[in-house]
Design a protein around this ligand. Structure first.
Ligand SMILES: [Zn+2]
Length: 357
């Protein structure tokens, strides 16, 4: 073949890669921004799952989309129902990050089918909560192989009794991750597995015990995007699920790891709230450290949890924290109160936490 022909073929191949893959000017695109609130629900309001729509809310590249539920309907997540899910799609099949709530499983798949007919192949769970894993078994039946930290698998299988004393529901074994890996404290930030799909390179990076003991962040190298799930949030106060092995100090550690893994322009996708860059994590980090120090000081003076809750220690942050409900504040302060003393150790993804009043 003559030299020009090789050049021509090379140009086509290169155009193919750049067209589908690398971060392109104009991305990310916000299609539908989450709500800002404040949201109020009448007494006894029950989330009307039939009214919630699952839509493409952000586009990270031509073949990497974010899905989220509509605002103002889900009492647990009023800014946008459920937890963000992501789909990387193309000829190699679909890779999904999280599966949204069980109640909207069909709608989530229908939303994916608006942009690709390729089979669901790979699923990763960023943490165990049902707004991120609820539709696991539904998507496993579509053909998805589910990956997660081993702790997440344990948390899912060994669910704790509910706060109201009701026994935990039996785990849906069809939705339990089949492929697991562990966080290695000697190599923080090291991907557990890397996928080369649809001209994207995707890293599943296990995190230290932070939001839970089974957190994973997902890095899309070409799109310059990291899904950072729930150890950071900007709608409502920080939530460390200590019973599932999380801790506020671990969340600070997680933020510090993002500082190392992300570039200044990397788009960070929290499970809830608005998209951010790593600089946006710093005031959050500072708030967690400040509140933890104040709560620890009060507990060391012998103050009770009720005293500490009454001190309204989040007040300096209410102005800048969307979704600053009393429930969200009290949960944060209660976590800090427990963490002022040493937390019980993580065993199989769980901590034996005292019951909250
Ligand atoms: Zn979540």
């Amino acid at each position: 073949m003559r030299k020009w022909a090789w050049g021509f073929i090379g140009a086509i191949a290169f155009a193919g890669i750049t067209n589908i893959a690398a971060q392109q000017p104009g991305y990310p695109v916000t299609v539908i921004a989450p709500g800002k609130g404040p949201f109020t629900f009448p007494e006894g309001f029950v989330t009307p799952w039939d009214k919630i729509e699952i839509r493409v809310t952000e586009k990270m590249s031509p073949n990497l989309f974010v899905l989220h539920g509509s605002q103002g309907l889900d009492t647990a997540h009023p800014d946008a129902s459920g937890g963000r899910a992501m789909a990387l799609f193309g000829p190699d099949g679909v890779l999904m990050v999280d599966t949204q709530n069980r109640q909207v499983a069909e709608k989530t798949l229908a939303a994916v089918r608006t942009f690709t007919n390729e089979p669901i192949k790979i699923i990763v769970n960023t943490h165990v909560h049902s707004d991120h894993t609820g539709a696991n078994s539904y998507f496993a039946k579509q053909g998805g192989l589910i990956y997660a930290q081993e702790n997440l698998r344990n948390e899912m299988i060994r669910q704790q009794p509910r706060a109201n004393g009701q026994p935990a529901p039996a785990p849906d074994m069809g939705g339990v991750p089949l492929v697991t890996y562990q966080y290695d404290p000697k190599e923080p930030g090291r991907p557990a597995v890397t996928f080369h799909m649809n001209n994207e390179v995707v890293d599943f990076i296990p995190m230290p015990p932070s939001h839970t003991a089974g957190d994973t962040i997902v890095r899309f190298r070409n799109a310059d995007v990291i899904y950072i799930e729930d150890f950071y949030r900007n709608f409502g106060y920080p939530f460390a699920d200590q019973a599932n092995g999380g801790s506020l100090k671990g969340m600070v550690e997680a933020v510090d790891l993002i500082e190392k893994l992300a570039g200044p322009n990397t788009t960070l996708i929290p499970g809830h709230g608005t998209l951010v860059k790593k600089g946006d994590l710093l005031p959050y980090r500072q708030m967690v450290i400040d509140v933890l120090a104040k709560v620890t000081a009060m507990r060391n003076q012998g103050k009770s949890l009720q005293d500490v809750l009454a001190a309204n220690l989040t007040k300096p942050y209410d102005q800048t924290t969307m979704g600053d409900t009393q429930q969200s504040k009290d949960r944060f302060i209660t976590e800090a109160y427990f963490e002022a003393k040493e937390l019980p150790p993580v065993v199989d993804g769980k901590r034996a936490m005292p019951r909250t009043p």
